[in-house]
Design a protein around this ligand. Structure first.
Ligand code: ADP
Ligand code: MG
Length: 715
């Protein structure tokens, strides 16, 4: 795809904009805003509405209000409870007063100055000790010459922010970033299409969402609709293009109807395949027998038994005279697959080879030699094998395991392929069907709905931090009967040292004070690979009883003897992620227990830094979903319902969300429209029917979604 100037401009780091210091750029990056394009699409999650600025005496109890006054006094207080610190700020207006109270945010006291004007925004409690009280209200610091009339009817954006970045500063910085970026993001749909679909101009829509000023709800809804269509459109262009390429793919594999090898394999398995596994296999078989390449996504919860399905498919390739490869995201998982597959395949005389990162020259040579000799083998490696796929001889099937970004990886593969093998992509992240079809519309989708019946459902409890001593006791009891436990701390961002520190500090406390009698281990992202693997080995072998860790254990680790998982600050995780984590336990034939520690500040139902609450749900409601069900698809639907699809993969931490405003469950009409527009635009592009400006803007939009290296033959 040709690079456009606008694409280049929008890819600029935010730090290149005047007034954005390195420190601010770092804070912005923690919010997921690294480039100008990120800033443009980092939409406010709500607006502060200044239509009703009230005096304290005009406020109704229990209601949400914006209260205006002058600061009379600022007090920081300690309380009887050791951990509880209060800040109290009294404001006054025309003789009536309101009291703002903050819990455990002592630093906030410094931000107030007696005599200054402020607005408090939040829920008002009744007259407590004679004056209106607001707990943890949002604050707007006003200029001395502030007059309510100026603000009446105005809407100010509220963005998700991070520690160290106040809403006011963020709002200002976002203002500069958006004005810097906007000229480079131009309308890519022809005027007649906009008119026909009743869509407004895209750059106006972006501007309006960031700064609605006095625009009414209807106007905001219009702008949102334009951007919902835009989010779907970008995805649909990828789907349509990918499908077009797939139709022209060069495919040579001729798989045979499964015969003796598969029968032998199913016989040596210590269990019978479930109904779901069998039906998925029959879909895979049909794909493999068809004279075109398979592009199938297999969704199945952790422990649902995807590996054996992959193994059967790979053996079908082997039986047909081909080699097959399976690729895992990490070396630990690749080795785990290698062990499992080797155990099975040794019994039926099929070779399993392992390719790994630190292979010595000699081992590499050995592997290449076997590439030459072996006609039928299964190769196990990490995702990095994708890049050397061409050097694997006679490849009939590729299985990509635990791939979250499969859309992207798979599209990247399309580029270079001369002759493509069948591809099976497996994911343990259950995705609501409507979302999966939107994101991966170019793939066929299979689902293993129910896990093998041998699994005992994990019991899940949501507790407040006060209950932790009881939880530690419980872990000790489980350890006494030989079980093991995980204690997980959130990892907000990999480059962030704080979580590693939280885990490390807790590790000290837990090993010295809480469990001096037990052997503990620690794993987090900042340890050396060898160290991590060593600890993991000891945990697997039962030497380490309690593993303190960050989310690095999230993917695929298998220790059936672990029966307890405690997740600290559970309110910070997405449900999908909690589910993924919980999948690490309950893998053996033991009753397992998951304890979610909810640290949501009680007073507000979520602090400024916790995950967004688009629907105003309390964290507790979300966490209760986990206690209620073990079904990943049910949890996924609930997560999407509660938070929308934007945060679904925790993409906020790892980069840019794919869908932020759009929700395929809700916005069905917009989805259909986007698809139609994508098809039309591609057709017009290929026919050379787009004006130079529109063509440039269209290419820019596609590049912004897929990167400039996304090349499609003919594009
Ligand atoms: P995942 O889908 O997470 O990759 P695995 O393939 O690792 O799941 O399977 C989890 C466990 O369930 C493994 O120990 C596997 O051997 C076992 N298993 C798979 N299929 C069945 C089945 N049909 N009946 C009983 N156990 C099974
Ligand atoms: Mg697996």
């Amino acid at each position: 795809m040709p690079e456009t100037k606008e694409y280049e401009l929008l890819q600029r780091p935010v730090g290149t904009v005047k007034g954005v210091t390195a420190r601010r750029a770092a804070l912005l990056s923690r919010c997921g805003v690294a480039t100008l394009w990120d800033a443009l699409t980092f939409f406010p999650y709500r607006y502060e509405d200044y239509s009703k600025i009230l005096r304290p005496d005009q406020v109704k109890e229990g209601g949400e209000a914006l209260v205006y006054g002058k600061i009379v006094s600022v007090k920081a207080e300690k309380t009887f409870k050791k951990h509880l610190k209060l800040v109290k700020v009294l404001i006054e207006n025309s003789g009536s007063t309101a009291l703002g109270v903050w819990f455990n945010q002592p630093w906030i006291a410094d931000k107030f100055e007696v005599g200054k004007k402020v607005l408090f925004h939040g829920v008002c409690h009744g007259a407590f000790s004679g004056c209106l009280q607001m707990t943890n209200p949002d604050v707007i610091y006003l200029d001395d010459d502030f007059h309510p009339d100026y603000y009446e009817g105005k809407k100010l954006p509220v963005y998700h922010t991070t520690e160290g970045l106040t809403q006011g500063v963020l709002r200002n910085v976002m203002g500069s970033l958006v004005s810097e970026a906007l000229p480079s993001f131009r309308e890519y749909l022809p005027a007649d299409e906009l008119k026909r679909s009743a869509l407004c101009d895209i750059s106006e829509a972006v501007k309006l969402l960031h700064d609605p000023n006095k625009t009414g709800d209807e106007g905001i809804a219009q702008a949102r609709r334009r951007l919902i269509v835009d989010e779907f459109f970008a995805l649909q262009v990828g789907n349509v293009l990918t499908r077009k390429v797939m139709q022209k793919e060069n495919y040579e594999a001729h798989h045979l109807v499964p015969g003796k090898l598969i029968v032998d394999f199913l016989n040596i398995l210590p269990f019978k395949l479930t109904k779901d596994q069998l039906s998925v296999l029959s879909e895979i078989k049909n794909d493999m027998l068809a004279p075109r390449p398979m592009h199938r996504l297999l969704q199945g919860d952790v422990g649902s038994g995807k590996t054996v399905v992959a193994a059967t498919a790979m053996l079908m390739a082997v039986e047909s005279g081909y080699n097959a490869a399976i690729m895992a995201p990490t070396e630990i998982l690749a080795r785990q697959h290698y062990e499992t597959l080797k155990k099975w395949c040794d019994l039926i005389g099929v070779d399993v080879l392992l390719s790994y990162g630190g292979m010595k020259a000699k081992e590499k040579k050995e592997l290449l030699k076997r590439f030459e000799e072996e006609k039928n083998f299964i190769l196990v490696g990490t995702h990095s094998l994708l890049h050397v796929k061409e050097s694997i001889p006679n490849l009939g099937l590729v299985v990509i395991d635990e791939q979250h970004k499969f859309g992207v990886a798979q599209r990247a593969m399309l580029r270079e392929a001369e002759s493509v093998p069948d591809t099976l992509i497996m994911t343990a992240t259950p995705i609501p069907r409507s979302l999966a079809m939107t994101l991966y519309g170019h793939l066929d989708i299979s689902v293993i709905k129910a896990p093998p019946a041998v699994r005992i459902p994990v019991k899940t409890y949501v507790v407040t931090p006060e209950r932790l001593p009881a939880v530690w006791n419980f872990i000790r009891k489980e350890a006494e009967v030989g079980r093991q436990a995980y204690i997980v701390y959130p990892q907000i961002d990999e480059s962030d040292k704080r979580e590693a520190k939280a885990a490390a500090e807790m590790f000290e406390v837990l090993s010295n004070k809480v469990f001096p009698d037990l052997r503990l281990g620690i794993i987090h992202g900042r340890l050396e690979k060898e160290e991590k693997e060593e600890t993991m080995r000891k945990f697997r072998e039962g030497e380490i009883k309690v593993l303190v860790c960050t989310t690095v254990i999230e993917v695929g680790v298998d220790v059936p003897n672990a029966s307890v998982m405690v997740i600290e600050d559970a309110q910070r995780f997405g449900l999908a992620q909690l589910h993924q984590l919980r999948g690490r336990i309950g893998r053996g034939n033991l009753q397992s227990y998951c304890v979610l520690v909810d640290n949501t500040p009680l007073e507000k139902g979520g602090d400024e830094f916790s995950q967004p609450l688009l629907t105003g749900m309390t964290e507790n409601r979300r966490l209760e979903v986990m206690a209620k069900t073990n079904d990943g698809f049910e949890i996924a639907e609930a997560d999407m319902e509660l938070r929308g699809p934007g945060e679904f993969f925790g993409e906020k931490q790892s980069g840019h969300p794919t869908l932020y405003l759009a929700n395929p469950n809700r916005d069905k009409k917009e989805l259909a429209l986007a698809k139609e527009l994508a098809e039309k635009m591609i057709e017009a592009y290929e026919a050379g029917a787009l004006s130079p400006e529109i063509k440039e803007a269209f290419l820019t939009r596609v590049a912004l979604r897929y990167g400039a290296e996304f090349t499609v033959p003919g594009f």
